[in-house]
Design a protein around this ligand. Structure first.
Ligand SMILES: C[S@@+](CC[C@H](N)C(=O)[O-])C[C@H]1O[C@@H](n2cnc3c(N)ncnc32)[C@H](O)[C@@H]1O
Length: 355
């Protein structure tokens, strides 16, 4: 091997940064563990607890809880009082780790990350051949984590910012319109819209049968059975025409043939209908995405989105950081007359396309 000149200080600073990242990688499992065992919820508003008190409150084993608490304290997730040997959850962490209604809610993000990591050996093998790995092939934590990750953001933005940013859509839904939510997963967005617009009808479509089964359970639990329904169908051939609104939440880039899906959306829409596309926020150039959000998205894109697209016909593999220009090309290429960005958050871009 050729000798390479190394700056030892830079090398060691990189190694120590990586130590923190190894701790963070393990923390994905620890957050999911804390969420599942109810450890964060038991700490919420409980003041400072000893490991034995937390174990007792949650019906868990003290020795595991003590070790978990120390890992959480080292990462700044809980606070440790050395004098009393007690641990507490600060108010901000309480919101981020226990309040499912907050846009800052994090456990779903960790759950989908952990599921992606668990499935990574299959992605490593697929990368040798270029084969795909479908969304349906993943562990349940990917599907449920996805739902729990996106729902808080839809709760925070969909009804108050994203739908009102579309031309005339809210009025149409208030009067009574028809909506297809394509690539709906567990139906978080479909159900949210269904609850808000009782005069309208909503159909969620997804090619993954397991997700549709869960979405149906969620609609039943929400008391929306009937007006909100779910069907297993791919984006390029779902049923129905004359829709006032077609929505796609964080799924266009996962599809093998987004151009084929776009053509189908166009012919399924009413002449004055609207297609709302929500996609991960990204700049058009790689260098614009080399930041923490881009890092997470490129990671998910490598382990989930790109293999999902490659597993389907065409396999265009837009990637989760496709950027506005690439999405515009796909949409206008399908014959839509207009395409514009109407809203954004730190994590998402929202587009409106008209036939
Ligand atoms: C990242 S998930 C988003 C799910 C949901 N829209 C949400 O926001 O929670 C991507 C979804 O796209 C679906 N999907 C992928 N390819 C599809 C296709 N060709 N037709 C329909 N759905 C598809 C997957 O099954 C998965 O549910």
């Amino acid at each position: 091997m050729a000798t390479i000149e190394v700056d030892t200080d830079k090398l060691m600073s990189f190694v120590f940064r990586a130590v923190d990242e190894v701790g963070a990688t393990l923390n994905a499992a620890l957050v999911v563990m804390g969420d599942r065992l109810g450890l964060y919820r038991a700490l919420a508003g409980a003041g400072a607890l000893t490991p034995a008190e937390l174990a007792q409150k949650t019906g868990t084993a003290e020795r595991y809880v003590r070790e978990w608490l120390n890992a959480q304290a080292a990462g700044g997730y809980v606070e440790y009082e050395a004098d009393s040997g007690r641990y507490s959850l600060p108010p901000e962490q309480t919101v981020a780790l226990t309040d499912e209604s907050s846009p800052a809610y994090l456990p779903g993000f960790f759950q989908i990350a952990l599921g992606s990591v668990l499935d990574s050996p299959r992605i490593t093998e697929a990368a040798r051949t270029g084969e795909g790995v479908g969304w349906h092939d993943h562990v349940h934590d990917v599907h449920e984590g996805c739902e729990r990750f996106f729902r808080p953001s839809y709760n925070a933005h969909l009804l108050t910012e994203w739908l009102p940013a579309l031309d005339g859509v809210v009025a149409r839904l208030e009067e009574g319109g028809s909506v297809a939510d394509v690539g709906c997963g567990h139906g978080a967005s479909t159900i949210l819209m269904g609850e808000a617009f009782p005069a309208s009808r909503f159909i969620g479509f997804d090619y993954h049968e397991g997700s549709i089964a869960t979405a149906r359970e969620r609609a039943e639990a929400a008391g929306l059975d009937g007006r909100v329904s779910f069907h297993t169908a791919p984006a390029a051939s779902y049923s129905g025409t004359g829709y006032d609104l077609v929505t796609m939440f964080d799924c266009l880039h996962d599809m093998g043939d987004p151009a084929g899906a776009a053509r189908h959306v166009r012919q399924s829409l009413a002449a004055d209908g609207t297609w709302m596309i929500v996609e991960p926020r990204a700049g058009d150039r790689v260098e614009e995405n080399l930041n923490p959000v881009g890092r997470a998205y490129y990671g998910f894109s490598t382990l989930l989105c790109t293999p999902a697209s490659l597993s389907q016909e065409v396999g265009l593999a837009l990637g989760a950081q496709a950027g506005e220009a690439r999405i515009r090309e796909v949409v206008l290429g399908a014959g839509f007359s207009s395409f514009e960005r109407v809203a954004e958050t730190p994590f998402n871009m929202v587009f409106q396309a008209r036939p």
